[in-house]
Design a protein around this ligand. Structure first.
Ligand code: G1P
Length: 291
């Protein structure tokens, strides 16, 4: 039985340039998706997968993230007075079941570097990484789906989905080992590449922002030099760790929304509103009116 995965690292130190000018004043991770900040959903996903410690990698000017997760009796009272008991209960659970730490990434050198900045917070145990831009909506949280696979075959895991050819170059792309499929969702890999030039992708399976990693990956990240777009890439660090740690891709089951762009946020908000009994009808009416 492998050790438990207790920590989820959430890289949130980026400048959020795709959401400027909003991000001039507010961290992009606090942009609302319907009625909750994007980062609230991913912290809830981690909590539902029995994670106990959330390490949010931040940078200067992003203090509002710490403010958001600070327990507050006054906000608890206000939420309940407005009938928002579910959210109040979620905050209470977060306070009771999670500890938060805030490692700092002083310079934006890439996603791999951001994860390396959480090394001391993780403390030589297997850990999860969650990219808050990727909102995944499913009955069983994707992180929990991956943890089940990881418990049967420990190693480094990346979540993947099928991506159309014309968009694959924006992703990390996995290279499955021939004959290495373990079950309908899990593939053993022989490599992966970050943002492959058009026409060179090794498969149509693009990496999406959920990872389960062994602590040795930190040594690999410390040795990883800048790669695609001049940044220290997480994909390259994990690929490097293949020398000693088996690598798997997990093809998850969920709907995915990109909360890193204005249109993606709108798409996510609309989709969540259409799923909810108290908002669906009104939103459907608006959409009909707009046709
Ligand atoms: C990051 C990762 C990439 C992954 C993507 C998923 O890229 O580096 O491997 O496919 O997230 O959202 P970014 O979108 O930050 O360029």
């Amino acid at each position: 039985m492998p050790p438990q995965v207790r920590t989820a690292v959430i890289p949130a130190a980026g400048l959020g340039t795709r959401l400027l000018p909003f991000t001039k004043a507010v961290p992009k991770e606090l942009a609302p998706v319907l009625d909750l900040p994007a980062i609230h959903y991913v912290v809830k996903e981690a909590m539902d997968a029995c994670i106990q410690h959330i390490a949010i990698v931040t940078s200067s000017g992003k203090g509002a993230l710490q403010e958001y997760f600070k327990p507050s009796d006054e906000i608890d009272r206000l939420l309940r007075a407005r009938g928002m008991n579910t959210v109040a209960d979620e905050f209470r659970q977060m306070t009771e079941r999670l500890t938060f730490s805030y490692p700092v990434q002083a310079r934006q050198l890439g996603l791999g570097h951001a994860v390396l900045c959480a090394r001391d917070a993780v403390n030589r145990e297997p850990f999860a990484v969650i990219l808050p831009d990727d909102l995944l909506v499913s009955d069983e949280p994707v992180l929990a789906q991956m943890l089940h696979a990881w418990q049967s075959n420990p190693g480094n895991y990346v979540a993947v989905e099928e991506v159309p050819t014309e968009r694959i170059s924006a992703y990390g792309v996995v290279d499955p080992l021939p004959g290495g499929q373990i079950d309908s969702r899990t593939y053993r890999l022989r490599g992966m590449v970050e943002k492959p030039p058009a026409g060179t992708a090794p498969s149509n399976l693009g990496i999406v922002g959920r990872y389960i990693l062994m602590p040795e990956v930190f040594d690999a990240l410390a040795e990883t030099r800048p790669g695609a777009i001049g940044e220290i890439q997480l994909t390259d660090g994990i690929a490097r760790a293949m020398a000693h740690t088996p690598l798997f891709a997990y093809r998850y089951q969920a709907d995915r929304y990109d909360c890193g762009t204005p249109l993606g946020l709108l798409h996510a908000s609309l989709s969540l509103a259409l799923r909810r009994a108290d908002t669906a009808e009104e939103v459907r009416r608006w959409l009909r009116d707009l046709e």
